[in-house]
Design a protein around this ligand. Structure first.
Ligand code: H53
Length: 800
């Protein structure tokens, strides 16, 4: 949009006064932030209205991305950037003596997601709007987001994230669009005399779902999509039976808390309720909107909407859509089923079996009796149809209801036309191994969509310095098309460019060093290699391997203080699920290793270890630009894709990583010699599984380096980890090291040494860094959402 500085200043001052009855001399940062957000909202409101009108009038097909998590981070700068007014506003505020970055600090991170899955959903929101694609989000407006992490005595402590305390200026509550979602009670079918079976209900628990819309503003275009988040409330007119405090409490609990665990589902009833709640509310709203604005034949709805099931949490979309079409809109079963298949699509984000949701049949039957009937009917019809075609074994292996459980992945695959994995390796594993039986039956449904990241946030906002240098070097076209970064390759031998890249990295390291000093009180040397591992804490991601290697470096220095080593700062950021005991032990151990090393005067600044508290999107925006090295060291086959690997690449870090997830595609794209690869391949891992011949204890006993390091965990060398050290020691040597940490250790040490060697040659290092940046184009989520649009959702971008 066009906006002069003068106009902005006037708008801002007026808003400050009208909203808070104050002026610039007296306003606090919270007021300044709120007034600024309100002005920005005013700027995009008209574009939003116009785009909604355009969508309604043209009736263009729209996609709806159903996700139980979103992780947008802060919205202020993103909205300013996308509106094309970031600099104008920054300068305008400067004239008033206000720093935009200081104002931005007031905004709480919108952290209604756990990790990769939620962040991917938010990258997609940004990319959909920015590529002009009509694609909207649908989720839950959790009152409390992902817990705030504190580290106390080395332990993780979880505190509530009450992000809404000061309001949320971006959202719009749409009370008139509220719908009801019902649970429990009894349902029975009665013939209506015309041969139709009509469901009748008794004693249902009713919950009001109120939508809050947050605009997703496209980058310098006229698209504004919607992220709709649902809040649960008590309906105004309640049956006397439900007029009690317990019911009220339960109702508000539904949207109270994000389930803080993205790996282990313990089958809590509340989680299942949340899943049905946002699925039912979202689909009801879509159908109302369709009927209200398009006034078209409901049976044609498949031509106008696509619904995406992001991981299995929204899998109930399949039976709920059937219920709405058949029971509420009177569509015949067969037609409804064809429509459901056409509308639905599903992404699988993991092969970890503990994350593939299953719910006890009894639980679904009681909580969602009509949905249960529909699932049974889907299962019955499918079995009857497929038995003669593919035989009993395949049918049995792929059934939705099996062993008293409802298998949500099976439901998602069976009820949709597309199932995709999130990186090539992962999608192949789905086809060849994990979902092979489904692949046999429905080969045409399987495809790959390698993840991507919203480069606007991850470089234009997070790394303005680097962005500026790229502008100077190759112009600004890369800001609209990340592939244009390939032009940088022409400067791979240009001293000036290389120098500038080094300077930018150094400045970003200084910025992070200041944050580390402030948060942890630790002074780090900006000339050291900044080696970063930031992600959820999980055994398969192997933060432990990193920690064991740090101990090796430490012992090397203790044995030989004169060792010629490039100083290193190891930086961690990771939250562990509150109930994940082992992960929390690893956090404690890393913190104690950090304390030991950082306080050892003989080590000086040759080695420092920093565990940053409360890793979140905003912290990532400071940490990732400052990284020289990104650690992507999961056991091959376990990380479906990873997306921080792409953010590191974009910011010119070199990756040390295994042949896992999207790392493989990153290594390929960046070119040989520009990253550091180590470890078992996926085939080698599977070979071990087949033969059952891995013996971690042997490595412990025979490798003196490993022996010493592991002993340090239990013999008091690393202090204060009596039980945690033992737990980890045993997991490796007694329980045979589930994730092959010891097996990959030597090769990791080798790759780390190579890395250090390359770093000594700053020119060669910076060239490798440049090659990573130059080849990152395909990891833009703009590319990813376009692929979804073309191959899965069949939606078209708006022409500007
Ligand atoms: O999804 C990311 C992947 C990553 C994968 C992650 C994920 C979650 O964050 C939560 C649940 C789940 O099943 C998967 O672990 O590898 O990059 C986005 O696809």
């Amino acid at each position: 949009m066009k906006l002069s500085k003068k106009q902005f200043k006037q708008d801002f001052e007026e808003r400050l006064t009208s909203k808070f009855a104050t002026d610039l001399t007296k306003a606090g940062y919270q007021e300044i932030y709120d007034a600024l957000a309100s002005v920005v909202k005013h700027y995009y409101a008209n574009i939003w209205v116009a785009d909604n009108q355009y969508k309604d009038e043209t009736g263009k097909k729209q996609a709806y991305y159903f996700s139980i998590e979103f992780l947008p981070g802060k919205m202020l700068k993103s909205n300013l950037l996308n509106l094309g007014i970031l600099n104008t506003v920054r300068e305008g505020l400067n004239d008033f003596g206000i720093e935009l970055d200081e104002v931005a600090k007031i905004e709480p991170d919108m952290a209604i997601g756990n990790g990769g899955l939620g962040r991917l959903a938010s990258c997609f929101m940004d990319s959909l709007a920015s590529t002009g694609l009509p694609g909207n989000g649908n989720g839950i407006r959790y009152r409390y987001g992902l817990f705030k992490q504190k580290i106390v005595d080395g332990y993780q402590v979880e505190l509530p994230d009450s992000w809404l305390n000061n309001g949320n200026p971006w959202e719009v509550r749409r009370a008139d669009k509220a719908v009801e979602v019902t649970f429990g009670g009894e349902v029975w079918l009665e013939d209506d005399g015309k041969g139709n079976l009509i469901p009748h209900y008794k004693d249902q628990e009713r919950v009001l779902a109120v939508p809050y819309d947050t605009p997703m503003v496209g980058f310098e275009n006229t698209t504004v999509n919607n992220m709709c988040l649902w809040r649960s409330e008590v309906p105004e007119e309640l049956d006397p039976k439900f007029q009690n405090l317990d019911y009220m409490r339960q109702t508000s609990m539904l949207s109270a808390e994000l389930y803080p665990d993205d790996s282990n589902y313990d089958g809590r009833l509340l989680r299942l309720k949340q899943e049905y709640f946002f699925v039912s509310a979202g689909l009801q709203r879509i159908l109302h909107h369709y009927k209200g604005t398009q006034k078209k034949d409901i049976r044609k709805i498949g031509d106008y909407i696509a619904v995406h099931i992001n991981d299995t949490h929204p899998a109930l979309c399949v039976p709920e859509f059937m219920r709405l079409l058949v029971d509420e809109y009177g569509v015949g079963w067969n037609r409804a089923w064809d429509t459901t298949l056409k509308v639905m699509s599903y992404t699988n984000h993991t092969i970890l079996s503990e994350a593939l949701e299953k719910w006890p049949e009894e639980m679904i039957k009681q909580l969602l009796p009509r949905i249960y009937q529909i699932i049974v009917e889907i299962d019955r019809r499918r079995t009857a149809e497929l038995l003669p075609k593919v035989g009993a074994t395949l049918v049995h292996n792929t059934r939705i209801i099996k062993d008293g459980q409802i298998h949500m992945a099976n439901l998602s695959i069976i009820g949709s036309h597309s199932t995709n994995g999130v990186a090539k390796l992962h999608s192949d594993l789905l086809k060849d191994v994990e979902l092979h039986d489904f692949y046999e039956i429905y080969p045409e449904r399987f495809n790959n969509k390698t993840n991507g990241i919203a480069d606007r946030r991850w470089i234009q906002i997070a790394n303005e310095r680097l962005s500026g240098i790229i502008d100077e070097t190759i112009g600004k076209s890369w800001r609209h098309d990340l592939d244009e970064l390939k032009l940088l390759k022409n400067f791979n031998n240009d001293e000036k460019t290389l120098e500038q890249l080094q300077k930018a990295k150094f400045d970003d390291k200084l910025r992070l060093a200041a944050v580390i000093k402030e948060q942890k009180g630790i002074t780090v040397n900006p000339d050291a290699i900044f080696d970063v591992q930031v992600k959820r804490l999980h055994a398969y991601k192997r933060q432990l391997l990193n920690a064991l290697h740090i101990l090796k470096l430490y012992f090397d220095l203790k044995d030989n203080p004169e060792l010629d080593r490039i100083p290193r700062v190891f930086i961690f950021g990771a939250k562990a699920a509150p109930s994940y005991h082992y992960a929390k032990s690893i956090i404690k151990v890393i913190n104690e290793i950090a304390n030991m090393i950082n306080n050892d005067q003989t080590i000086k600044d040759k080695l420092k270890v920093v565990f940053m508290e409360n890793y979140n999107v905003s912290l990532a925006e400071v940490i990732i630009p400052a990284a020289n090295v990104g650690e992507q060291i999961s056991l091959a086959s376990k990380e479906a894709s990873g997306t921080s690997n792409m953010k590191f690449m974009l910011n010119g870090a070199l990756t040390i990583g295994t042949l896992d997830g999207a790392n493989i595609e990153i290594f390929e794209a960046a070119g040989d010699g520009n990253n550091f690869v180590f470890g078992l391949t996926k085939d080698e891992v599977y070979e071990y599984y087949r033969n059952g011949n891995y013996n971690a204890r042997d490595i412990y006993e025979q490798n003196p380096v490993v022996n010493r390091i592991l002993n340090a965990l239990i013999d008091g060398t690393v202090p204060n980890i009596k039980s945690e050290g033992r737990e980890i020691f045993d997991s490796l040597t007694v329980y045979n090291d589930e994730y092959f940490v010891l097996r990959d250790f030597n090769d990791y040490v080798r790759a780390q040494a190579e890395l250090e060697k390359l770093y000594r040659d700053q020119k060669a290092w910076t060239q490798a860094s440049l090659m990573n940046i130059a080849n990152v184009g395909r990891f833009s989520s703009d590319r990813t959402v376009r692929e979804y649009a073309d191959d899965i959702w069949y939606i078209k971008a708006k022409k500007e």
